[in-house]
Design a protein around this ligand. Structure first.
Ligand SMILES: [Zn+2]
Ligand SMILES: [Zn+2]
Ligand SMILES: [Zn+2]
Length: 233
């Protein structure tokens, strides 16, 4: 185990990034990676790159989904994982990459930060027309974000009316959590653990509320109830 700053075994206390890379707490912290929380001692630490208005560490930049070609490799993997959970879209929704960095710095949830689902009013109500994902995410962040946004598209296809926000976002967070559970990496495990304790009243509370209902009634009964009645069973 070597420190991300001094390269040695941490002689004292250290903190772990979401990739579980240690950094001695004795080093100064000038900035942090927006994706994994890893600290850097200097604004110009080598290997670090700008990510929108934030910064990204070299570990998160490695294998990141930077362009539409990278996304093209990942999208079918996420769609297949969602299909295995019974979440399949009858209408294809185009997935595009937005400029690197949070799509909107003002929102606290996943939507508008890492991904967004554009919906349009049509003859059958609202329908998802396209999904945008922030460029430059790690494959794990990308997959969780896409799973969440595919949830919105799936709900738009099936539900009879608008859902209370915590229920809508809670269902989508459950899909993101299910995808993360299949990944089995430290980053995926820690992102999922962060969802368990997310204090956000819509995303965090919604996630725990829907998950509790699934534990109680099963995923099929919960999704059927949500799309038919707009409420948990
Ligand atoms: Zn160190
Ligand atoms: Zn990072
Ligand atoms: Zn959402």
């Amino acid at each position: 185990m070597t420190c991300t700053v001094c390269g040695g075994a941490p002689p004292g206390s250290y903190e772990l990034s979401m990739h579980e890379e240690p950094t001695c707490v004795s080093h100064p912290v000038a900035m942090r990676c927006a994706l994994c929380g890893r600290p850097a001692p200097d604004q110009r630490t080598p290997g670090w790159s700008r990510w929108g208005a934030s910064t990204r560490c070299p570990r998160c930049a490695l294998g990141a989904i930077e362009c539409q070609d990278d996304a093209r490799g990942q999208i079918p993997v996420v769609r297949a994982a969602m299909a295995a959970l019974g979440i399949e879209l009858t209408r294809r929704v185009r997935v595009t990459l937005a400029d690197p960095g949070p799509l909107s710095p003002d929102t606290t949830g996943r939507d508008g930060v890492l991904g967004i689902t554009h919906q349009q009013w049509g003859p059958d109500g609202y329908a998802a027309v396209s999904i945008e994902i922030a460029g430059g995410l790690t494959p794990v962040h990308f997959g969780a974000t896409l799973a969440h946004e595919l949830g919105h598209a799936w709900l738009a296809e099936r539900k009879s009316g608008p859902l209370p926000l915590p229920l809508e976002e809670g269902v989508c967070e459950v899909f993101a959590g299910a995808w993360l559970k299949k990944q089995d990496t430290p980053l995926a495990t820690r992102l999922r653990a962060a969802m368990d304790t997310n204090p956000d009243p819509v995303y965090g509370h919604g996630y725990r509320m829907v998950r509790a209902a699934i534990v109680h009634a099963g995923i099929e009964a919960v999704l059927t109830s949500v799309v038919r009645t707009g409420a948990l069973p």
